[in-house]
Design a protein around this ligand. Structure first.
Ligand SMILES: Nc1nc2c(ncn2[C@@H]2O[C@H](COP(=O)(O)OP(=O)(O)OP(=O)(O)O)[C@@H](O)[C@H]2O)c(=O)[nH]1
Ligand SMILES: [Mg+2]
Length: 411
């Protein structure tokens, strides 16, 4: 990812779902104007979700996701269906692609009830309009069957459209409809600038150790600097070792210090108690909408027992370096701060277990590489299974005895 691009996690994710051979891949190609996905008459051509970040007019920066058929059968098919469900977790707008000649199947209705359960805005696309002279008349449903769970919804003209991936019929209109749905998505939350007065000075503490990526800053740091600047404030970036000198170089104390959680212990000792302090991952948790859950979840730390299992989950799959935070540092700190014989499980990237039974606490990273829906669906999974869920920053500030201080600037 380069600095010039909108990160994937900040883009609206549009997922194309439907049965095998409905023309999902053909439609993705038609909408994007690129040969992104393989198309063939063999059902089950797409075997893995394919996703691509792009600028799509009139929508702006989006991620388009093509998925395997939801009606696929057999062992492999079941795995594909599983992947489709994972894709749904990060989808902001869902497109249900149906073959206009074949009509809707049970799998399509199952998808509709999933969209509705997740409260996703969605469109029904009748593809292959070129195969009939009057597609609107032949294809359009006025009502989904009301006996299908969650499907008792009438379909208006605005929620369905007949298109042809082959001839390009109504592809432009489809994009306009998507743009319209996009406008109705809730406003993004702010990262930090709502906590600052214009003209304030913010100090960002970013250790550059062996676990930091080579040659670049990580995403939360980039995002934070940008948000500080957008808010009309000033950002000073320093390593923890130069923090003292940075404070001395400033005429007045900074309005806020934001540290990498790993340096929380060190920074809280160097920084005079009167200066507000928080961390990148705490601000990120607020931004992704799970700060409250994470603060409640951390209480489980005090009740962990010998033999309990803790899951440490990372959203990205950067190369594991020595002293990696999720696999080495946090487990080490956890064991020493609780003094318990804990079993530590780790996972990274898009793998996050469906079944969390047997886990006493989930500790998640800041989730900067995951979009808000993906993070929310993980939290929902934990909450519905009554598993406490927290994040790195909250855990580390709690272990350093400074949780209250780290939350204060966010009040
Ligand atoms: N006539 C007509 N055929 C289409 C249209 N769109 C797709 N097809 C054909 O339908 C077949 C399936 O197309 P795909 O795009 O591979 O369908 P898919 O939904 O991605 O299928 P899977 O990847 O197997 O789930 C191919 O033979 C396409 O050429 C269309 O608008 N009109
Ligand atoms: Mg396909």
């Amino acid at each position: 990812m380069s600095l010039q691009n909108t990160p994937s996690s900040e883009r609206v994710h549009i997922g194309f779902f439907g049965c095998r051979n409905a023309g999902k891949s053909s439609l993705v190609n038609a909408v994007t104007g690129q040969e992104l996905a393989v198309v063939s008459s063999v059902p089950g051509t797409t075997t893995d979700p394919v996703q691509k970040a792009m600028e799509l007019l009139p929508l702006g920066p989006v991620v388009i996701i093509d998925t395997p058929g939801f009606d696929d059968l057999g062992m492999l098919g079941e795995k594909r269906v599983q992947k489709t469900r994972q894709t749904l977790a990060k989808t902001d707008i869902a497109v249900l692609v149906a073959d206009g000649i074949r009509g809707l199947s049970g799998s399509d209705l199952e998808l509709v009830s999933l969209f509705q359960e997740k409260k996703l805005p969605w469109l029904l696309i009748w593809n292959k309009a070129d195969l009939t002279a009057a597609p609107e008349q032949d294809f359009f449903l006025t009502q989904l069957p009301s006996d299908a769970p969650g499907c008792g919804q009438s379909l208006s003209k605005e929620t369905q459209i007949a298109v042809s991936a082959h001839t390009g019929y109504h592809i432009f209109e489809l994009k306009e409809r998507l743009a319209h749905l996009l406008k109705e998505l809730p406003e993004k939350k702010l990262l930090v600038r709502d906590l600052l007065q214009p003209g304030s000075v913010v100090v960002l503490v970013t250790p550059i150790d062996e676990s930091a990526p080579k040659g670049r800053m990580i995403l939360p740091q980039q995002m934070m600097i940008r948000d500080v600047l957008v808010g009309g404030c000033m950002a000073f970036v320093t390593k923890e070792t130069e923090l003292k000198a940075t404070l001395q170089a400033l005429q007045n104390p900074p309005a806020l210090v934001i540290t990498d959680s790993q340096a929380f212990g060190f920074v809280s000792k160097v920084l005079p108690p009167g200066i507000p302090l928080t961390s990148f991952s705490i601000l990120m948790a607020r931004y992704k909408g799970f700060l409250g859950t994470a603060v409640t979840g951390i209480q489980a730390l005090d009740t962990l027992q010998d033999g309990d299992t803790v899951l440490i989950a990372e959203g990205c799959t950067h190369h594991r370096q020595c002293n990696d935070i999720g696999t080495v540092k946090i487990p080490r700190w956890l064991l020493s701060s609780t003094g318990k014989k804990l079993t530590i499980r780790t996972c990274s990237g898009t793998e996050f277990p469906e079944d969390l039974s047997g886990i006493s606490l989930v500790i998640h990273c800041g989730g900067c590489m995951l979009n808000e829906r993906e993070v929310q669906s993980r939290i929902q999974r934990a909450v519905s299974q009554h598993i406490p869920f927290t994040n790195y920053g909250i855990l580390i500030s709690k272990m350093n005895g400074i949780l209250e201080r780290a939350l204060k600037p966010l009040e």
